[in-house]
Design a protein around this ligand. Sequence first.
Ligand code: ATP
Ligand code: MG
Length: 539
Amino acid sequence: MSEGAVKKEVKPRKFQAIRGTRDLLPPETALWNRVEQNAHEVFGTFGFGEIRLPIFEPTQLFARAVGGETDIVSKEMYTMPDPETDHIYGLQRSLAEWDLEVGNFENADSFQGLAVSLLVFIVRAQEEKVVGFDFEEVGFEAVSEMTLAVAELRGLISKHSQSGDASTWNLVAEQVQRIKLANDRLTVGEDISLRPEATASVCRAYIENGMQQLPQPVKLYYMGPMFRRERPQKGRYRQFYQIGAEVLGGSDAPAIDAEVIEMVMTFFDRLELQGVQLGINSIGDRNCRPKYVELLRAELLKVKDKLGADSQRRIETNPLRVLDSKLESEQGIIDTLPHIADHLCEECAAHYAAVKHQLEMRGVIYRENWRLVRGLDYYMRTTFEITAQGLGSQNAVCGGGRYDGLVELLGGPPTKGIGFAIGEDRLILSLQESGKAPAQQGRNVYIAWMGERAHATAIRAAKDLRKAGFSVELPPVEQKFGKALGQADKLGAKYALILGDNEVSEGLWTLKTLADGSQVKFAEPDLLEHLRKQRALSS
Ligand code: ATP
Ligand code: MG
């Protein structure tokens, strides 16, 4: 092989971020930090505490909370087997695929050995309390059935392996079949999924940490990445970021709904987010929603032929979601459908009216949107969505609502809940589009030094300036002053501190303001004082 060919072969692969994920880089990350800092501050003033949650959870948590019929759970989750139980899956698969060689007692014995290993793993996983692993879920009956069959099989083999005839072999085959059937009934281990949203996790954490013992309601907020396998486009990613909050406790007072909404609006206001519009709706509860859904389904069936494939399917699976449709051709039809507001039970209607009144008391401007239903199964009564400008068709920056049954559905005590999730990526996009992103922050001071003595002084100066909170660039190698000043300019530095042999021996340092080129000499302590004053003036 020629040298060229070898070189070609070892040319390293260029890696790229996975589709739908992206790097957030400076200076944009400064905006992300500002947004998050404001969230900490605003939510803190409303008495919310931060909760930090795992990024993956048992798949079942999302399946149960978000709902198996939702897009999120049915097709958007990143799911993988839990490595802790993966070897158990392996053994299960081997048992299921085992081809019994007729008359081969040794082969049957190996099969028996595999089944024993599987049982040992299951018992051990149970003892070690591997997450989500308990006999009840695994199928206790199947475990004991397999244990019995294995014992019988072993007995048969040790008794007859020398003198096996056709009739004993039939008995062996029978036990092998019993083990295989028990194996089919076992549901071992658990899949885990990257979280597609965080409300389910917050509820899990509320239950797991006994937060119902705390003064109620418990008010929590979170921020971090979520994962959904969607078609990436502007404002829609596979790893995206949410900032969300939840209120959990015994009360569903309408003032709680209104205060949660007021909090998001305050946050957006603080960020000067442009074109903010709040839409609200009530989607009823267990009492009244099913009747409305039936009515809706009946009406939709009448016009089924005029609907697109997605909506046609949703007539069966989730008719409410048809109202969510953005398809141009369906808008006219949807306009004629019955409104849920006219079908709320008395309690839900009263709750909805009170939420609106509470919003008005807080000066929160809203628009009622009868078509606002949320994509997640757990919502009831109050739902809301906030849109902002500059986002095209992905213009929802926040979605939220009430979910009173959720904690109980996840095995906790009866608990009321309401919350929201802000799409941080879209929030940032909107701020950028409307010019509300802060200008890039350059360095405060670039230290242009020349000479060994000056280097030592420059290191000391950098230390002191940084301690005082200035952003300092200290070049690692000596540069001619002209080059250093050019570099300072490129980095957007406000000042260049010039330190050469003269400056160091005189004890007078030259500070150059890059914008106008003016230069002033300062003694070391005066320089710090001067910069402090300038900073105070400009802030
Ligand atoms: P959409 O209708 O835009 O798909 P959704 O109903 O799926 O939103 P929620 O699950 O309520 O959204 O999440 C709340 C917010 O999170 C949304 O309003 C949006 O701002 C943001 N969001 C949801 N999915 C994504 C995504 N794939 N990429 C970026 N942001 C997202
Ligand atoms: Mg979505």
